[in-house]
Design a protein around this ligand. Structure first.
Ligand code: PLP
Length: 369
């Protein structure tokens, strides 16, 4: 499914060299490596400010805190995402309001978002799922009409661009993850928050160090949300490779698209591919089939790794039972949970291995295996 060690292999000497420089420097918390990484990544993403944080989860948490979102507030989000998206809303005391996804992109359905806005809605928290940007134009219109903020969960979408601009530059905050399986992966947990507004970025900077401003003087309560200097230094080695890796992911995705389109499978065996816009960065390549579980078991038996994102939609998680969503409340997400399967799409996959994945899937779905 993924081979992070192989991805890091060609950079190993440089990574070790940079790690030993940081170790020798004695500066492990914030400092020049973090400052330089923040400048470089902001430039790379085309955003005014970037603030390094401890994870993608903490990026979301600190962005919600910076907007002062808390008890009594509602935040509209997608039920088809990694748990952190909704978990962070609940952790600040606010209520996640789930709006179903579009069947053709698996991203939040902007047309249904308007109807979910209430007097308590403080923010929209769309997720650029699998690396594909949401319809930010429609979401921005809704947000400005109602005077509410947007926090972009761009954890899976570093470098993705929507027609209105790069992800992470379009809302009040962009939240990115450097979890090792992400397109730019750290050597542990790390993340960043992006912002176009200097005051918003400053608020995150203060909150990531317990809210002390100046140090040991607290007008607000923050947390320890700092990125490690070591992670920042190592991510600086990997950042220049990101565009090339994304190009390889796109090539792999295209090869799957072409192979599946010409396989002549009926729609029940393999649903039409998700609509994929230019600007997608393919953190995941996902197919849909009513025979998902059997296909996954067959691939596993053939030595091919796959993953299910996500087997339980967020509105059906036990911890959100009190919100009152039932089976059938958000049918598109529920179906996606039953039918989606993520295939290997990582940059180093290579044609031979990918051909084997394609061949094994098509044979199985044709019933010839
Ligand atoms: C959509 C989404 N949001 C948030 C996160 C949280 O990021 P992290 O694992 O770095 O805390 C992830 C990744 O794991 C994610 O995929």
């Amino acid at each position: 499914m993924l081979d992070v060690a192989a991805e890091n292999g060609p950079l190993l000497d440089r990574l070790i060299e940079r790690a030993s420089e940081v170790i020798r420097s004695g500066q492990y918390i914030l400092g020049p490596e973090v400052d330089a990484f923040e400048r470089e990544i902001a430039e790379h993403l085309g955003v005014a400010h970037a603030v390094g944080v401890s994870s993608g989860t903490d990026a979301l948490l600190v962005a919600l805190m910076a907007l002062g979102i808390g008890p009594g507030d509602e935040v509209i989000t997608t039920p088809f995402s990694f748990f952190a998206t909704a978990g962070c809303i609940a952790r600040v005391g606010a209520t996640p309001v789930f709006v179903d996804i579009r069947p053709d992109t698996f991203n939040i359905d902007a047309e249904q978002v308007s109807a979910a806005v209430t007097a308590r809605t403080c923010a929209l928290l769309p997720v650029h799922l699998f690396g594909q940007p949401c319809d930010m134009q429609a979401l921005s219109q809704i947000a400005s009409k109602h005077g509410i903020a947007i926090i972009e969960d761009a954890a899976q979408a570093i470098g993705a661009t929507s027609p209105t601009g790069p992800v992470g530059t379009l809302g009040s905050f962009g939240c990115f993850s450097f979890f090792p399986s992400k397109n730019l992966g750290a050597f542990g947990d790390a993340g960043i928050v992006t912002a176009q507004d200097a005051a918003a970025a400053d608020a995150v900077r203060v909150l990531r160090a317990h809210g002390g401003q100046p140090k040991y003087h607290h007008a607000v309560i923050g947390g320890n949300f700092r990125i490690d200097a070591l992670q920042a230094a190592l991510l600086r080695v990997k950042l220049p490779e990101l565009r090339g890796w994304t190009a390889l992911r796109r090539e792999n995705a295209k090869r799957y698209d072409t192979a599946f389109a010409s396989a002549g499978l009926d729609e029940d065996s393999l649903s039409p591919p998700l609509r994929r816009f230019e600007g997608h960065v393919y953190n995941q390549y996902v197919i849909r089939t009513s025979r998902r579980d059997a296909l996954q078991a067959h691939l596993e038996a053939s030595g091919i790794g796959t993953a299910i994102y996500y087997p339980v939609p967020l509105h059906r998680q036990r911890c959100f039972e009190h919100l009152g969503y039932r089976e059938g409340s958000l049918p598109v997400s529920e179906r996606a949970s039953r039918e989606s399967l993520a295939l290997p799409v990582f940059p180093g996959l290579g044609k031979t291995r990918q051909d084997r994945v394609i061949h094994t899937i098509i044979q199985f779905l044709r019933g010839t295996r």
